[in-house]
Ligand binder design. Structure first.
Ligand code: NDP
Length: 240
């Protein structure tokens, strides 16, 4: 039976690659996005993957949209919490809104989506949740106290929820990508990016597909014994 998967932020960047990898693996994929209608329409026409627009930071919107998807498509077996934003700045320059927006979307989104879907997975005795963290949640990063805190929180959230799902056939894992060649990284100033790449042992940025292959494995039947783990896919940075 084909599994039904939701990928948040699934219409571009790493999320697009994840949506395609899960589709290739046989899942019926729904890609969520926040506001870029043109990109979502182009993605949907090109891939045949349905898109649904809502803000993952909005608790009620997650509950309502997941209920709508369950009614229109079927029970949700797989959730990939990939949607994420940055609002960088040193602590001195970071506003409370910059802090709150990032916590709300990057960490709050994982809670909201789990509240909407985890119970159904437990009832049916099978489920996969994969949360996209970050190397900067593991190591910290200058000018990112909000992002590093939210991503670090994802790793704790993952281990805690994995314990609730472990005996029920529901695995919960995280992937911590290093620097991946997407719009998010394109926003980093070139001189800063050059310094970042110089510190990556394999000597290049990662590709979105390299993260997607890890997600596809964690969502597969074969990964039933993997739970509460964080897979670091970062070109050899921070080898711990
Ligand atoms: P992009 O900025 O390229 O894409 C972000 C995606 O998330 C878009 O689809 C966007 O929708 C969606 N999104 C943003 N906010 C919301 C929201 N509130 N509700 C629903 N969807 C939302 O990001 P990347 O592909 O680079 O990153 C994907 C994930 O990987 C993020 O969690 C990021 O933190 C993480 N990551 C990325 C790294 C990198 O090097 N790129 C490194 C480590 C982690 P829309 O198209 O409508 O704007």
């Amino acid at each position: 039976m084909a599994r039904i998967a939701i990928v948040t932020g699934g219409s571009r960047g790493i999320g697009e690659a994840i949506s395609l990898a899960l589709k290739d693996a046989g899942a019926t994929v729904i890609a969520n996005y926040a506001g870029n209608d043109e990109r979502a329409r182009e993605f949907s026409e090109r891939t045949g993957i349905r898109t649904y627009k809502w803000d993952v930071g909005d608790h009620q919107a997650c509950l309502d949209s997941c209920a709508q998807i369950a009614a229109e498509v079927g029970p949700i077996d797989i959730v990939v919490n990939n949607a994420g934003i940055t609002r960088d700045g040193t602590l001195a320059r970071m506003s409370y809104d910059d802090w709150h927006d990032v916590m709300r979307v990057n960490l709050g989104g994982c809670f909201n989506m789990a509240k909407a879907t985890f119970g159904g997975m437990v009832e049916r005795g099978w489920g996969r949740i994969v949360n996209i963290g970050s190397i900067n949640g593991q190591a910290g990063q200058y000018g990112q106290v909000n992002y590093a805190a939210a991503k670090s929180g994802i790793h704790g959230f993952t281990k805690a929820l994995a314990q609730e799902g472990a005996k029920k056939g529901v695995t919960v894992n995280a992937i911590a990508p290093g620097y991946i060649d997407t719009d998010m990284v394109a926003a980093v100033p070139a001189p800063v990016l050059e310094k970042i790449v110089a510190k990556i042992p394999v000597g290049r940025l990662g590709q979105a597909e390299e993260i997607a292959r890890g997600v596809a494995f964690l969502c597969s039947e074969d990964a039933g014994f993997v739970t509460g783990s964080t897979m670091s896919i970062n070109g050899g940075q921070h080898m711990y």
